[in-house]
Design a protein around this ligand. Structure first.
Ligand SMILES: Cc1cc2nc3c(=O)[nH]c(=O)nc-3n(C[C@H](O)[C@H](O)[C@H](O)COP(=O)(O)OP(=O)(O)OC[C@H]3O[C@@H](n4cnc5c(N)ncnc54)[C@H](O)[C@@H]3O)c2cc1C
Length: 389
């Protein structure tokens, strides 16, 4: 197997690095302390560069960026800790709208999302349904040309800064759960919508969103009535294609190496000279290379036109589980010092490792939990029996 990156991907990497040197500031990264992993200025700059519309598949009218280059873009954004969560969401939302939307959504919402002028968020999960997303209960009832929506969504990340939510609703409670769903693109300034902050232990802000007699015209419907599961499958397909969040460990490893070089133990020795510490650091670096192989293998499959499935699950599973493991190793290595957070004087690198330690578990939950991804690998790769209906 040839592991060499194509020359065009490395040229593109240099272009992204140059772009980040010009556009990403320390203030943008520091601003994410409020829990919102989004910078309006950076998002617009990425869109202006053509990388947002570029990431939308060509067959839908987007730029059709090579998936390997898209993977490079996502890797560099993550390595530089760029607050760019809205990018992946926008690409998924535009792809859903262009594939299933009618004139109103295709003509008004999609172009503004692609230009970075407006933001979208994803309203699938509810207080009682996350992994089993098809069990959504938020009701949409037809009233002539209009729809009336009532219910609540949980974990509507970015809703407090977004303009639209792609909302999964139940339109027929009498049929099997996958058949009675309908999607809507809902402007978040519509009367009857309330957004409440949900803070996570990893400092990331998400939201609970409430829909109380929200009235919408039929032009906001995305896809056919009761065919929301087809739209959902499109969303999952593009979400896996984006394959973001696969490179979380390198900044933590860098911080751990820095700590191991600088810290002094009671006997005056440096942790970096301890074989056990070096062993953990090297193992973590090897894991990062495995993550990269998974991610670029998946991207290469997409580049060749193969619609991957289980490979996306393997990539996400390995990346989030190894990230959790690395953070736990390094926090243990640091002993009591590892407990200092960014507010504490003397915290190493402003408490970066401790903060990642709290953030890491979340990555094994959103976008499909590790258990669900293990099920998908077991069924899709090992041919084991299905674990749920
Ligand atoms: C920070 C954050 C941001 C998020 N952002 C969004 C967002 O923007 N939009 C959105 O719609 N959702 C979002 N989510 C929701 C996320 O997708 C769900 O939390 C996730 O799918 C799990 O659903 P749940 O929380 O309801 O847990 P559950 O589905 O109730 O799962 C509970 C536990 O049971 C396990 N489990 C469930 N089913 C099975 C099974 N069949 N086999 C084995 N184990 C199983 C799970 O792995 C988990 O450990 C976000 C979540 C978080 C934490």
């Amino acid at each position: 197997m040839d592991f060499t990156m194509p020359a065009r991907a490395e040229d593109f990497r240099a272009e992204v690095q140059q772009f980040l040197a010009e556009h990403l500031t320390g203030e943008m990264i520091a601003a994410t302390r409020d829990g919102t992993i989004h910078s309006p200025a950076l998002h617009r700059a990425i869109a202006d560069r053509g990388w947002l519309s570029g990431a939308v598949p060509a067959e839908l009218g987007g730029g059709g960026m090579d998936p390997v280059e898209l993977c490079v873009l996502l890797e560099e954004l993550q390595l530089h800790q760029a607050p760019a969560d809205a990018l992946g969401v926008a690409v998924v939302a535009v792809s859903m709208i262009l594939e299933h939307g009618r004139d109103h959504l295709r003509g008004t919402v999609a172009p503004r999302l692609m230009s970075g002028e407006v933001l979208a968020c994803l309203g699938y999960s509810e207080p009682e349904s996350g992994s089993d997303v098809a069990a959504a209960r938020t009701r949409a009832v037809r009233d002539g040309d209009r729809w009336v929506i009532n219910g609540s969504k949980m974990w509507t990340t970015l809703a407090h800064v977004a303009d639209y939510v792609l909302l999964l609703t139940r339109t027929d409670p009498e049929v099997p759960k996958h058949r009675g769903l309908t999607f809507f693109v809902v402007p978040l300034d519509t009367a009857g919508i309330e957004i409440q902050a949900v803070e996570t232990m990893g400092n990331e802000r998400s939201n609970a969103t409430f829909y109380d007699d929200v009235v919408l015209g039929d032009e906001w419907r995305l896809g056919e009535v009761n065919d929301g599961w087809t739209v959902m499958k499109t969303a999952l397909k593009y979400e896996r294609g984006i394959a973001g969040g696969q490179f979380p460990s390198p900044p933590v490893i860098e911080a751990a190496v820095d700590w191991a070089r600088r810290a002094r133990r009671a006997d005056g020795s440096r942790p970096i000279d301890d074989d056990e510490v070096r062993n953990k650091l090297v193992r973590a670096m090897i894991d990062v290379e495995v993550c990269r192989s998974f991610a670029y293998h998946t991207a290469a499959l997409a580049s060749e036109g193969t619609m991957f499935g289980v490979e996306g699950s393997m990539t996400k599973l390995f990346a989030s589980e190894s990230y959790k493991k690395h953070c736990a190793w390094f926090l243990d290595m640091m002993g009591a010092e590892g407990l200092l957070t960014h507010d504490d004087p003397g915290a190493h690198m402003d408490g970066l490792i401790e903060e990642h330690f709290r953030h890491a578990p979340v990555t094994a939950i959103y976008g499909g939990t590790s258990e669900i991804n293990r099920n998908l690998v077991a069924e899709g790769w090992l041919g084991l029996p299905r674990s749920r209906s």
